[in-house]
Design a protein around this ligand. Structure first.
Ligand code: PGA
Length: 252
């Protein structure tokens, strides 16, 4: 079986001033023990990217952005390009988060354009997919996940396992305190891996699939112990070092 390095990412969403963001990044940098197995990334808001990059310089913690536009540059007021994110020190870009789909009109088609642009800029996308409560209740979880993965990837074919990260985030578990059970999550992760195999071939074995949705230090250990759960995309708990650091530790 392919060895996949666990990957824990903190999605700060629309939180943290510059000063707060720098302090949080410093605390995580200093608290995340060297010699750990897990890769760690922080996704501050755009305004704090450069400042957090400075705090992380010299450490092995990566910088991530929460979203992007797909054009390189031009008259697109309010937008940020993948090239700008690379310039600010980003390594990863979250694409297709359910909050972008819900509040900002992201669709599988625009997610695909973003994903394509992120890869073209030499950055690595974290592609978020997941079903709503209504879709789960209607037994459509696997259908939805297939549609979002297929639509998001389009004709893209990452050739290395580290060139793409997928995050399975059931919408009903995000910020609600409701977590998928390890068995529920593993079932979907296993299905996602089989889809990646179908779409991309053997490289699927090396692609990390993170779980996201109310991850805490209490549930992280059993979630991360599942064979197809390779890390976590953490929202609320990533804003507090006393919660985020134990989650990193749970990944080994
Ligand atoms: P949460 O958010 O951990 O606060 O549920 C996860 C996410 O939206 O990435």
């Amino acid at each position: 079986m392919t060895e996949r390095q666990p990957f824990i990412a903190g999605n700060w969403k629309m939180h943290k001033t510059l000063a707060e963001g720098k302090t949080l990044a410093r605390n995580i940098r200093d608290g995340a023990a060297p010699g750990r197995r897990a890769e760690v990334a922080l996704a501050p808001p755009y305004t704090a990217l450069a400042a957090v990059a400075q705090e992380l310089a010299g450490s092995d913690i990566r910088l991530a952005a929460q979203d992007t536009f797909w054009e390189k540059q031009g008259a697109y007021t309010g937008a940020i390009s993948p090239a700008m994110l690379a310039d600010a020190g980003c390594h990863y870009v979250i694409v297709g988060h359910s909050e972008r789909r819900q509040h900002f009109g992201d669709t599988d088609a625009t997610v695909n354009r973003k994903l394509t642009a992120v890869i073209a800029a030499g950055l690595i996308p974290i592609l978020c997919i997941g079903e709503t409560q209504a879709e789960r209740a209607a037994d459509q979880t696997l259908q939805v996940v297939r549609r979002q993965l297929e639509g998001g990837l389009g004709t893209l074919k990452p050739t290395t396992g580290t060139g793409l990260v997928v995050a399975y985030e059931p919408v009903w578990a995000i910020g609600t305190g409701l977590t998928a059970t390890p068995e529920q999550a593993q079932t979907v992760h296993h299905f996602i891996r089989s889809l990646l195999r179908e779409f991309l071939g053997p490289v699927a074995e090396a692609i990390r699939i993170q779980y996201g949705g109310s991850v805490t230090p209490d549930n992280a250990v059993t979630l991360l112990a599942q064979p197809d759960i390779d890390g976590a995309l953490v929202g609320g708990a990533s804003l507090k070092p006393e919660l985020f650091l134990p989650i990193i530790k749970a990944a080994g």
